[in-house]
Design a protein around this ligand. Structure first.
Ligand SMILES: [Ca+2]
Ligand SMILES: [Ca+2]
Ligand SMILES: [Ca+2]
Length: 710
């Protein structure tokens, strides 16, 4: 078989696909199968004038068919695993989070269809040209059930529920700073810790309840069907069933219907007059018994390998570097994802390990002509100035994983990295939301009649540049990676109510509003003792804003700038997890703070198949970047200790690759957070240290994870 002139580029795009797996579990397979042409696979003479659509070699069809490989190692997987995101570079291929890693885009190829032998016939068949002549479906994904116990996540603070970082449980009755009491009063004097009565009679159960603990479970079944149409053409998707469905949340007997404001609970039927009579779960139905249906289609996109690069189009994952800004969130324990509506093209030169890509994104389109009253047809965008549009450029160097292994084993150094640059803009906006935001008042609700939403626009004048630089160095068992991101831009006006405009600076400074935000993350890791021990150090920094009150932004409006007109709080992608309690749950992400995290992981049992039993310990110290922004006006927010026991089997799918997670995955975790003065009240607030506020309290968490990856 002669070498195709396109092979280098085809290889490059193949590589792109393979490298771009989310979260970066490095594929174990070589990028391209060795061209071991099977007997009878030689194309007919006509092949000399290669059809334009012929895949460049080496094609998967060169790999032995599964049945021909009896007793051999598994055939090299067929087409490259469906790619994820533009970001071959990076990925948190290290560290425990990624141990949970990216199963979903695993590359076990579909079976290669049997070939027609050239001896059998004078004709020639599509089978001679393509490994797949009929669409094949490849299925991956995962299933998980997670139970979690939160203890004292309010940290003992007594904020009103609407302003608390973590509102107290509903069955925790307390007097808040606003002087109001919140929470259930249906406990007995004994249960409520009354000092005047120790009665435990249900007849006296009208006292405040004081429960500090919340516990429950949730589940998700993720399927990622890929339709492999031919070697260079596929459709990929991600569908979640029971997407983070809270166990026990859709019990029979509870149904709702829309009311004048929000929803109203329908009268219970005779068989379920009280919740205690519920004994079975119903399917989740949005607006009836929950807020989200049982099937959530997250992504669907196409990938086409052209001779000069790969085109991707549709709704797809977006991942880059350590996941600070663009984070596909595809790990089995993930919740937040970067999913983009995008048309993109990638190309590169494998010999130089250099790649480039461009992408046109549709972050926000505004109201469309879709209407309940006119179903069907093709809805279209109703206004152009209100679009948030974005253009992306990616330039990066990524050494082919196979080559990388060779370099590292020879004691060489591998350097990968690149730039992901985004420019986004919007001229005017209809961002009217909250009470009164109806079509009649100009808001862009989903059921507006023609022309109705036109009155709700305000000036926005948004422009933002986001360069995201990633780099990594690998040497023997050492890894160092970093990512640096900044948002630089402006708003003309930050207002959201129709017609409001705050461009003019009445206090005399320059008009308009600026965006100046910086984020940085560092990851160091050394593997020791035959890779059983991993010592890691993570650090990160998100710029804060010294004239903003609060790390967590308020709902419904941009953060109030007390002094200047510059938004400076950087927020990590919430999929960038560093702990269990403070940054993951209470603050929901790293924002306006910096952290240091030393950790150690040790595998007690580790088999070549990938089965392992390990433990992990972490310390996370979090500080506010600007003390002014922390509730207590102090830098120190908290010190958290986390411990985990992890068990990974290698049953079932993906057994051919120890690096990919397949089979059962279980985890037990415990965390304790010692809050520091930055999370308390300021001295000037003069909060009594006697009840109801007794000072900051330690929070704890227990977690059990049961998962299956396939
Ligand atoms: Ca629009
Ligand atoms: Ca448009
Ligand atoms: Ca500011």
């Amino acid at each position: 078989m002669r070498k195709s002139p396109h092979s280098a580029l085809a290889l490059a795009t193949t590589l792109l696909s393979q490298l771009a797996q989310a979260q970066g579990t490095p594929p174990a397979q070589p990028v391209a199968p060795p061209p071991t042409a099977a007997p009878g696979a030689a194309p007919p003479p006509a092949a000399e004038s290669e059809p334009p659509t012929a895949p460049a070699e080496p094609t998967p069809s060169d790999a032995p068919a599964p049945d021909a490989a009896e007793g051999e190692p598994p055939a090299e997987p067929t087409p490259p695993p469906p790619a994820v995101g533009p970001s071959p570079v990076g990925s948190d291929a290290l560290g425990e989070e990624s141990e949970l890693g990216a199963t979903s885009s695993a590359p076990a190829g579909p079976a290669v269809p049997a070939k027609a032998s050239a001896e059998d016939t004078d004709g020639f068949f599509a089978e001679d040209w393509w490994a797949h002549t009929r669409p094949a479906v490849e299925l991956h994904g995962n299933f998980r059930v997670r139970t979690e116990l939160y203890h004292q996540f309010s940290l003992g603070r007594v904020d009103a529920p609407g302003t608390a970082y973590w509102p107290r449980p509903l069955d925790n009755n307390y007097e808040a700073l606003d002087g109001q009491r919140y929470g259930a009063s249906a406990c007995t004097p004994l249960e409520s810790g009354s000092t005047t009565s120790n009665s435990n009679s249900p007849g006296n159960a009208n006292q405040p309840c004081g429960n500090p603990t919340q516990a429950g479970g949730n589940m998700r079944f993720r399927i990622e069907p890929a339709i492999i149409i031919s070697d260079n053409l596929r459709i990929r998707s991600q569908i979640d069933l029971f997407d983070n469905l809270v166990l026990g949340s859709t019990a029979q007997g509870n149904s709702n219907f829309p009311a004048a404001t929000g929803y109203e609970v329908a009268a219970r039927g005779g068989y379920y007059p009280v919740s205690a009579a519920s004994w079975s779960q119903g399917p989740p139905i949005s607006g009836i018994n929950t807020v989200q249906d049982g099937i959530a289609v997250k992504r669907a996109w196409g990938e086409y390998e052209t001779p000069v690069g790969q085109a991707r189009f549709g709704r797809m994952p977006d991942h880059w570097g350590l996941g600070l800004e663009h984070n596909a969130g595809d790990d089995i324990d993930g919740d937040y994802q970067s999913t983009v509506d995008r048309i993109a093209f990638f190309s590169g030169l494998e010999s130089l390990s250099l790649y480039a890509g461009g992408a046109w994104d549709f972050p926000y389109e505004g109201p469309t002509s879709a209407a309940f009253t006119a179903p069907g047809g093709q809805p279209y965008d109703l206004a152009q100035y209100d679009d948030v549009s974005a253009m992306n450029l990616m330039l990066f160097r990524k050494v082919n994983p196979q080559l990388e292994r060779r370099i590292l084993s020879r004691g060489g150094v591998v350097v990968n990295g690149g730039l992901y640059l985004t420019f986004a803009f919007q001229r005017i906006a209809n961002d009217y939301s909250g009470a009164g935001a109806t079509c009649d008042n100009g808001a862009a609700a989903i059921d507006c009649q023609a022309g109705q939403a036109g009155g709700g626009f305000t000036r926005r004048g948004f422009e933002q540049w986001t360069p995201d630089i990633y780099g990594e160095v690998k040497y023997k068992k050492f890894y160092a990676g970093f990512e640096l991101v900044t948002h630089q831009g402006r708003f003309d006006s930050t207002q959201t109510a129709p017609g409001d405009n705050d461009y003019n600076n009445t206090t005399g400074g320059s008009n308009g509003w600026k965006i100046n935000q910086w984020g940085f993350a560092l990851k160091l890791q050394q593997k020791l003792i035959e890779d059983k021990l991993k010592l890691s150090f993570d650090a990160g920094w998100a710029s804060g804003d010294n004239d903003v009150e609060g790390l967590v932004p308020p709902a419904g409006t941009p953060e109030t700038q007390i002094g200047d007109r510059t938004f400076e709080t950087f927020r990590f992608h919430p999929g960038y997890r560093i702990d269990l309690i403070l940054n993951r749950n209470i603050l929901t992400r790293v924002q306006g703070s910096y952290f240091f995290k030393p950790s150690a992981q040790y595998d007690f049992i580790r088999k070549a198949t990938g089965m392992r039993l390990g433990g992990r310990a972490e310390v996370i110290w979090t500080r506010a970047s600007q003390f002014m922004q922390a509730p207590g006006h102090e830098h120190d927010l908290g010190i958290e200790l986390n411990g985990s026991i992890v068990y990974q089997s290698k049953d079932g799918a993906l057994n051919d690759s120890p690096d990919l997670q397949g089979g059962f995955y279980g985890m037990l975790q415990y965390g304790v957070l010692f809050p520091l003065p930055g999370l308390g009240y300021q001295d000037a607030q003069n909060i009594s240290t006697t009840p109801p506020y007794a000072g900051l309290q330690t929070a704890q968490m227990v977690r059990m994870f049961l998962g299956i990856a396939y």
